[in-house]
Each structure stands twice: as structure tokens, then as C-alpha cells.
Write a protein that binds this ligand. Structure first.
Ligand SMILES: *Cc1c(COP(=O)(O)O)cnc(C)c1O
Length: 466
């Protein structure tokens, strides 16, 4: 077949640009951009003809569709890709959905600060250069009892910075049961290697005793490290060394004890129906020298890695060149200050911090919300089977992996389309609704549906059946 015949049918770029539909695009973007897409589209068409010279039908369809294709591509580029979604999964710290949501108040304060100039690194009292950590260092000390604190980009960065500052070319003793991998690419042995520290493993996977650490202490030992296993639990015949015991051992040999506690728990979660999780305060009380934790796990703040502990070590960490590369920006500093402010009074923290609020929700209130949403959705019962059902929410984000909280969900079985398609359509909607599909049923767990989002869920589902 002579492909030339088709090449002649490819519209010229000039004439494409005269098309009314594309001319309309010039109201929202530059001619240059549209032209670029028009050139690409004709080039792609040429290649398509080259690759499929005998497929007349499809070639004609592609030619006919060229304007639409360009318009769609331009629109796609001009539409923001990152957007708010409704989390109906019941997983409070959903790693794929941005982990901890920030309260509107904290975001509002940060907005005010980042849209103008601020005293990020300016000491207003002395009228000279200040520290970006000063905005929350005192509050962290007040809440946790630590002498000093800083924050970096995330907890992985915190561990890297601590080890690089204190243990380069020296030995760090860790229990074999704590050599964990967190979220894909964070592995304790790899981070240790990256920091220049030398890993000394002690004990076994299930049991490590205090004397295991003690026997490995040499003049080369720079630190004893304890890592919260976060996303997994060994049960049965197990034994570990408490942070008290390890801290005492560190003191005996004058070696700093470091703890990566993972999820920065500052409130005793057993007061809110969960299993007791060691708090940061508990470790500081026990005498740990340096502790680090995530900002956006159970702490309920922005992505950050908080490092707190004895001033002599924090000072050393602050001065390490890597700290400059890992430092937080003004947005994070502002939100961190807000979140720690809330923790000054635990009652306020439970009320203001979305993650804690979701953990502490009253089961009867969740049930009422689920019933309310079910009732509302029933005006679409022509298309949907709707029920309110008991379900289980989880913390997620690699924290409390075995913990499940009783909750309520709206269960939806579409009648006119498959559940897979229903799930997909909701994922594609203006404000995507992310739920859970189990046995061809779509579940929306009301624990993680935030205030006002029930209306969004209703509107988006309604849109599917217009
Ligand atoms: C989650 C976690 C990390 C990584 O923290 P990020 O803030 O995600 O970088 C490191 N150590 C432990 C023990 C964790 O649980």
C-alpha cells in the first residue's frame, strides 16, 4: 500500500491552528504551546501511518481525531494533577494518600507565613540572625523533657544525619531483631552504610539480651541503637532490651544511646482505646541520649524527622554539613510549631490534630455518620444497593500493624455496572473517592471521611448516574 496517499491527508499544522476548537485554547494558554502539541500530533500521525500502512480504517480515524487529541493533551497539561481526594479506606495514615492530614487551622497559619516574609531565621528580640528550629525547640523540650531538638526532612533523613554525625567510621551496635525495612527503600543496614557507620549486629531475630550488647562494646563503639520495628511484630518466644536498660548500659560505658522510635507518639494511646505505644517522653525519661521520629505518622503533623535529646549531641548534629542539605523549609517549620503547640495540652491535641481525632472518634458517632450517608445515597437505590455495615479501620503508615479499630462503613453494590467500574469511575471523578473493594462491594469507612466530605461523596456518586 502506498503510504504517501495517507501522508497527503495529514492536515498541515497551519490549518490545524486555524481550527475553531484550538483557537479557543488560545484564551487559556500560549500559541506556542498549542503549536508544539499540533506539531507533535502530526508527527505521531506520520509515524502511525508508517507503522500501519495497510490499516486504512484506523488511519482515517486517527486523522479525524487529531484536533480532539491536541485539545485533550493541552487541557491535560493545564489541569492540576495533584488534588484532594476523599479517603474512604479507613486507613488513617495512608502512605499513598499523603499520610497525616493537617488541620485547617495549622494550614491557615502556615499560609499566612509562607505567602509573605517571616522570622524563619531572624531573632526578633535581638534583631539578628536566628534559628529555624527556635520556633518549636522549646515546646518540644517542654513536652518531651529533651534538652534540645531540631527537625529535618523526614525520619529517614534524621537517622542518616544522626549516624553520620556521631558514628562515621565507628561501630554502632543494633539488635538483629531491629534491622527493619520501612516502606520500600528505608533499610537500617543500608542507612547505616550510607552514614559511614559500621553495623555490629547482636542477638538473634527473636531474642536479644543486655549482655549481647555489652559483649560487643569496644573502643570503636560510637553508639547503641534501638529501632522501633514499626510495621511488623514478632510474637511468641521473644525478648528485647528496654530503652531503660540500654540507656543504663550506655551510661556505664559513656556511649550515646540512640532510639529511632518511628511514629512520634506523644500521647498515651491506651487512653484512647489502642494498645500502649512507647512515647517519646518515656524514652527521654529513661535516659536515651538522642531520639528521632516522623512528623507525619502518629504525631499527626507535616512530613519531617524530629531529632531530640541531649544538647551536646544535638549541637553536633546541627553543625554537620548534611544538616544543611536535609533542613526543613518555612512551610514545615510553621506547621510543626502549630502541631507541637497543640500538644502542650493533650486535650487540645486530641481535639485539633486530625490523626488523633480520627483515632479517638466515638464509635456511635461513626455509626450515625454512616447511617446518614447511607440514607442520603438511598435516593439512588435504582442504581445502587446501599447498607451500613460494621467494619475495621487501621492506623497504617507502618504504625501499630496489628491494631484494628471497630468502625462503620457504607457498603455499595452497583446494580447497573460492575463494582470494578464503579471504583474506577469514582477514582476518575473531579474529587476522587478512594474506598475499599471486597467481594464485589465498594466500602466507604466513615472514620477517615473528614467533615463535609459526605456531601462530596454524594455529589460524585450522583454524577455517575446523571
Ligand atoms: C517510618 C519510619 C522511618 C522512616 O520515616 P519517614 O518519616 O517515612 O522517613 C524510619 N524508622 C522507623 C522506625 C519508622 O517507623
Amino acid at each position: 500500500m502506498d503510504a504517501n496517499k495517507y501522508y497527503r491527508n495529514i492536515p498541515k499544522v497551519d490549518s490545524i491552528m486555524e481550527n475553531e476548537k484550538l483557537k479557543e485554547l488560545l484564551d487559556i494558554t500560549s500559541r506556542e504551546l498549542v503549536l508544539d502539541y499540533a506539531r507533535n500530533a502530526t508527527e505521531e500521525l506520520r509515524m502511525f501511518i508508517n507503522d500501519n500502512p495497510n490499516n486504512e480504517e484506523e488511519i482515517n480515524a486517527e486523522i479525524k481525531n487529531i484536533i480532539n487529541k491536541i485539545s485533550l493533551q493541552v487541557h491535560k497539561l493545564l489541569t492540576y494533577n495533584m488534588k484532594k481526594v476523599v479517603n474512604g479506606t479507613g486507613t488513617i495514615l495512608h502512605t499513598n494518600l499523603g499520610r497525616a492530614p493537617i488541620s485547617k487551622e495549622a494550614a491557615e497559619r502556615a499560609k499566612n507565613i509562607v505567602t509573605g516574609y517571616s522570622n524563619l531565621e531572624f531573632d526578633l528580640e535581638l534583631g539578628k540572625r536566628g534559628s529555624r528550629y527556635s520556633h518549636f525547640e522549646k515546646i518540644i523540650s517542654r513536652i518531651t523533657g529533651a534538652e534540645a531538638a531540631i527537625a529535618v526532612n523526614n525520619n529517614a533523613a534524621a537517622v542518616l544525619l544522626i549516624l553520620s554525625s556521631l558514628a562515621k567510621d565507628k561501630e554502632i551496635i543494633v539488635s538483629r531483631g531491629e534491622l527493619v525495612e520501612i516502606g520500600g527503600s528505608f533499610r537500617i543496614p543500608d542507612v547505616m552504610k550510607q552514614s559511614g557507620g559500621i553495623l555490629v549486629e547482636v542477638g538473634t531475630t527473636n531474642k536479644t539480651h543486655l549482655h549481647d550488647y555489652e559483649e560487643k562494646i569496644t573502643s570503636q563503639t560510637a553508639a547503641l541503637l534501638k529501632v522501633h520495628t514499626s510495621n511488623y511484630k514478632i510474637v511468641g518466644f521473644t525478648e528485647g532490651v528496654s530503652i531503660e536498660e540500654l540507656s543504663d548500659l550506655g551510661k556505664k560505658y559513656n556511649i550515646p544511646v540512640i532510639e529511632d522510635i518511628g511514629s512520634g507518639v506523644l500521647a498515651d494511646l491506651s487512653n484512647y482505646g489502642l494498645t500502649y505505644e512507647p512515647t517519646v517522653q518515656n524514652s527521654i525519661n529513661a535516659g536515651v541520649d538522642i531520639i528521632c521520629f516522623s512528623g507525619d505518622k502518629l504525631l499527626g503533623g507535616p512530613q519531617a524527622g524530629i531529632i531530640a535529646g541531649k544538647k551536646q549531641y544535638i549541637d553536633k548534629i546541627k553543625k554537620h554539613p548534611l544538616n544543611r542539605a536535609l533542613r526543613i523549609d518555612k512551610f514545615t517549620a510553621a506547621v510543626l510549631e502549630s502541631v507541637f503547640h497543640d500538644y502542650i495540652d493533650e486535650e487540645k491535641a486530641i481535639k485539633n490534630i486530625p490523626v488523633l481525632k480520627m483515632i479517638n472518634m466515638n464509635i456511635e458517632d461513626i455509626k450515625i455518620s454512616a447511617e446518614k450517608l447511607s440514607e442520603k445515597l438511598k435516593d439512588m437505590s435504582e442504581f445502587l444497593d446501599i447498607c451500613t455495615e460494621e467494619c475495621l479501620s487501621q492506623i497504617g503508615g507502618g504504625a501499630l500493624p496489628l491494631e484494628r479499630m471497630k468502625s462503620y462503613a457504607v457498603s455499595i453494590k452497583p446494580k447497573t455496572m460492575s463494582c470494578a467500574r464503579f471504583e474506577r469511575e469514582l477514582r476518575y471523578s473531579e474529587t476522587p473517592i478512594i474506598g475499599r473493594v471486597v467481594n464485589d462491594t465498594f466500602y466507604i469507612d466513615l472514620r477517615t471521611v473528614l467533615e463535609g466530605e459526605d456531601q462530596i461523596i454524594y455529589d460524585e456518586i450522583k454524577n455517575l448516574f446523571k
